[in-house]
Design a protein around this ligand. Structure first.
Ligand code: ADP
Ligand code: MG
Length: 336
């Protein structure tokens, strides 16, 4: 069955089941002219949106609806995570070509509901309209955060240590495999595919870090470490040194780079869409925060560098030599 066989209103009736994951705080869910809900009293409201366009951000033939829905929601949850916030309500607007299979869209909502239920987020509304040829999906999320705990890009200070919550570069390697027709069943690259297709939103980690003493700035890695750390540097008017030998590279990425002749540090520094968090912490609190993070989550918080007062991003290579980073990171990113 195609979208043109059922129309907008029957479609909304089909997908709305299971969209209300948490009743607490919700006064009006899908079905009226607007949603109504109560956010946590005394907290700041966070709002973020991301737009995904077929042939620009995804290929409809190369993805399942489930994976596309999951990722569309995950990238938005990641933005809330990078503010140290809690995600509460999601709004999904879609422009659907008439030939789009209904089953694909139902699968898309299954993917979103699957992830939403893990984080107690409601799918609370949206809009549905037609499109000539391409599928367009916009997800918006409303969340909340305590004013004193909110993490921003502008709070890094010289002397801060820089950490990241997960491996870097896996997602770009997964994309390389997909674009070259190498499928999930070949090799032992599951973690690389998964990093690209089903990224983990670091919401619990972001909330935990935002509550630690001495945690200053944060951002999520969407465009690549060099590029995204660059946003912290310009917003905070600081510089940074990254220790190349300490960028967290997964065993699978290491194996992938050996097999295909790529540089794993380059992947870690410039690969995009990892959606790990990068946080800066005051040096005298960093070790305690790192230890309590590792106790809480049972996984490492990787230390990758330090904030400086130079205004520039520098890379320390494994021999200890310091090189300017900008040209390499940016050029490579633009080409990629
Ligand atoms: P209106 O014309 O008053 O904007 P709609 O018919 O567009 O109303 O929407 C009816 C209800 O369905 C609203 O609650 C809206 O938020 C919800 N809705 C519409 N499209 C979607 C969608 N793609 N995903 C989730 N909810 C949707
Ligand atoms: Mg109306």
């Amino acid at each position: 069955m195609k979208m043109k066989d059922i129309g907008e209103f029957e479609f909304i009736d089909k997908i709305r089941n299971g969209c209300l994951i948490r009743t607490d705080g919700v006064v009006q869910a899908i079905g009226d002219d607007a949603a109504a809900f109560q956010l946590d009293a005394g907290k700041l409201t966070l709002v973020t949106t991301d737009l995904l366009v077929e042939r620009v951000h995804f290929l409809r033939d190369a993805t399942t609806g489930f994976n596309l829905g999951y990722k569309a929601l995950a990238v938005n949850l990641s933005d809330i995570a990078a503010m140290g916030g809690m995600a509460r309500e999601a709004f999904i607007s879609i422009a659907v070509p008439v030939d789009c299979e209904l089953a694909f869209l139902e699968d898309l909502y299954r993917g979103m509901r699957h992830l939403a239920s893990q984080y107690d987020v409601n799918l609370l509304g949206g809009d549905t309209t037609g499109s000539k040829t391409d599928l367009v999906i916009n997800v918006g999320i409303v969340g909340s955060v305590s004013a004193h705990a909110m993490l921003t890009r502008q709070a890094a200070r010289p002397g801060d240590r820089i950490f990241t919550t997960g491996y870097l570069g896996d997602s770009r390697a997964g994309l390389h495999l997909i674009l070259n027709g190498i499928t999930i069943s070949t090799g032992d690259y599951e973690a690389l595919f998964e990093a690209h297709i089903l990224p983990h939103p670091y919401l619990a980690e972001g909330q935990f870090l935002s509550a630690q003493t001495g945690v200053h700035a944060a951002i999520d890695v969407s465009d690549g470490l060099v590029s995204d750390l660059g946003h912290i540097l310009s917003a905070s008017h600081v510089g940074a040194r990254l220790w190349c030998a300490r960028t967290p590279v997964s065993p699978q990425l290491q194996r992938f780079c050996t097999q295909f002749g790529f540089d794993s540090v380059d992947y870690a520094l410039t690969g995009g869409e990892d959606y790990t968090l990068v946080v800066t912490m005051a040096a005298d609190h960093a070790e305690a925060a790192r230890q309590s993070y590792e106790r809480r989550f049972g996984k490492p918080l990787f230390e990758i560098g330090e904030i400086t007062d130079t205004g520039r991003l520098e890379l320390v290579d494994p021999t200890g030599r310091v090189n300017p980073a900008v040209a390499k990171g940016w050029n490579h990113f633009k080409k990629g």
